[in-house]
Design a protein around this ligand. Sequence first.
Ligand code: GDP
Length: 316
Amino acid sequence: METEKKGLFHRLASGLSKTRKSIASGFDSLFSLYSEIDSDFYDELEETLIMDDIGVKATSQIMDDLKKKVSAQKITDPSECRKLLIESIRTQMQVGETAYEFENRTSVVLIIGVNGVGKTTSVGKLAGKLKDSGKTVILAAADTYRAAAGEQLAEWARRADVPMIGGQEGADPAAIVYDAVASAKAHHADVLICDTAGRLHNKKNLMQELHKISTVIEREYPEAYRETLVVLDGTTGQNALEQARQFKETVPDITGIILTKLDGTAKGGIAVAIQSEMGIPVKYIGVGESIDDLQKFDPDAFVRALFLTEEEGESC
Ligand code: GDP
């Protein structure tokens, strides 16, 4: 178990190495430049956090928290702020005990997001993960606008070794979900994961389609626990935050976020911004392209991977 944990942390830490390098260089120069905690130090620290995509709102909460602690604990050495910062960000990122309730219930997971963010890949990885933990999983290929989307999902279904219900290009996505629900019920599946089309440029259509899918699920499978996850591409930084905002307007009942491609970016701090600004928990992160590269979001490990060297992170 301990080895498995270390392996997971190593994967996370190497996935986030670009972000860590960026944050570490900002912090190192800040901590070497200042020998006392004054308003210039605070200003620069604030700027560093914002530059690292942590976002204005989260940064201001983190700074308030830090200032309170510095004064309460009578800290004078700037380098001691590093630990306090880590604690403060960790607190901001807690996802709550019920975040993964769907994994333990008979559930339907709707996956939404614009094209190219890593939606289909995440569906495949999530299916693999759940299957590995002993769950029976069925996939619904409800993105029928691109033939390639169905084929790609079929490939992931093979990889994860789970069945997939799909249809022809242009078929009604709600009809596919209807068939998939029937199959999930007939096979007593634990989790039905529905990949949907992501055409944010046409909000009205998107809303109508997701509404239709939702109605089918509510009518045909009222006993199922519902989870709606929006997939966002971490490499797009502030744009990911903007997409989250737009999706929340269209689909108010989003229950969580899958933040992908954190391995290819220095913008991993966006996870903190999204969670704090949107109030929607980041539940999974993608740190690579293989089936094992989707991790449950662990705020503690995430913050350690961002701020500490791998050795420091493993030992605390
Ligand atoms: P969709 O259009 O939203 O369904 O996006 P896809 O699932 O087709 O993914 C688009 C591209 O992003 C593919 O080349 C994936 O391999 C890649 N991708 C998805 N998630 C990750 C990730 O966490 N890390 C990396 N490096 N690439 C990813």
